[in-house]
Write a protein that binds this ligand. Sequence first.
Ligand SMILES: *Cc1c(COP(=O)(O)O)cnc(C)c1O
Length: 506
Amino acid sequence: MWVMRMQYISTRNPDLRLQASQVIAQGISQEGGLFVPEKLPLVGEKLPLWLHMDYRGLAKEIFQLFLTDFSPEEIGHCVEAAYVPAKFEGEAPVKLVPLTNSGAACYLLELWHGPTCAFKDMALQILPHFLTKALQKSAQGQEAVILVATSGDTGKAALEGFRDVPGTRLLVFYPRDGVSPLQKRQMATQEGKNVGVCAIEGNFDDAQTSVKGIFTDCGMQQELKKRGMQFSSANSINWGRLLPQIVYYIYSYLELHRSGKLLSWEEPVNIVVPTGNFGNILAAYYARCMGLPVKKFICASNRNKVLSDFIRTGVYDRRREFFATSSPSMDILISSNLERLLYALSGGDSAALANWMGQLAKQGWYDIGPAMKGRVQSLFYGGFCGESGTSQAIREAWEQEGYLCDPHTAVALDVYGQYEKDTGDNSTPAIIASTASPYKFAGSVLGALGPLATQDEFENLHRLEELTHTQAPRQLSALRDKEIRFQDVVSKDATATYVRRALGLG
Ligand SMILES: *Cc1c(COP(=O)(O)O)cnc(C)c1O
């Protein structure tokens, strides 16, 4: 079969044309733009043909459409190495769980059955395989230095994905006071010879901004090159992070057909996503562009509601107070992947994008104007849920549905409720992304259910098991006995120095 080569372009530079392996190896474009496929493949007519494929088979089909400079054998190898039952308890790596008592048919798409108990595993178990193959093709086998800024879950998922992967080194930066106790413990106890973890005095945006700064520092890039190394990214700015996330939205739509819940191939669903950096919901949007019938994307924010404000007003304004919440992986004021959405909705207007993003960097806000706002609102509904609403949603899901959810998923459930009330749309089936195991945030979940949480997170884990008669994932309870390996803390201006020292650049 003859396959069209897919070209990738940058959101801020219309003249670049790159192959998939190059954009995965590089992560972010030189001028600060993000890589996007020039044209998305259309798969609407293939959906019925894909009906009986298992998860891995479907993933291979979809990846082949995008990674056109990888051979089918290479893609097969990546998929078979990543989505195995040994890593994702169960035959399929994701589960679709119906909620019984709600108005419209609702399904929780559980994305957290991987090694680190959050949805980031879905992409970060496979990205190292994509990346090492990409480096062999495009960078003559340079060693990849991967820098990660994390609000909690990405860091651990990247550490597990890249540990001891030949040809890679990984450095993770997290906000010292901005991750949950178990997230911190997960990272501090990480094994592997090629990894390092460091806390930053600052919030997630500080971490992300300083890491982006190092990436685009030409002097540093030259020094790395001399030593046979090059930077790459495992954050969701890397196309290799988004692509695997497209698969599970298509998979869950097929799963609803398999179980007779959808009547036709035109019948749309709503997709509800607890959102931070706009990566997960953007993957769902790309699935729609490819032909998946989706009516509305419901973008759920926590108290840091910069995105829900944006969807309502068309003004993105990060000049506001930053709150540390019980859903820390969404404590973000600069949602990087929104740039890709605006690029698509503006019909590829890279000048407008460069303008808005420049204004965001300099003034802290931008306004997309009424026409663009209309396009955003025709597809996206934005809402937010504060801290007491989050606790209440955890309690209600448990008491009314018998569903134990984590605080991020609770935010999604609450905002979905707002959407139903606001719009009266209670007949479209909804797929709600369940993004982390409740045990990863045991203290918050326990507190929401009534009993006071203790200072000891492992005691909280135990109490949550007793109270709900459910079981904590073994990889979380086992953390108690693991050796602490990383305790470094640096100021946000010292990350570059830390990276130099870790890489032996002097
Ligand atoms: C990362 C994360 C999110 C937010 O996902 P984005 O792709 O950044 O929007 C939501 N929930 C959990 C548990 C996460 O780890």
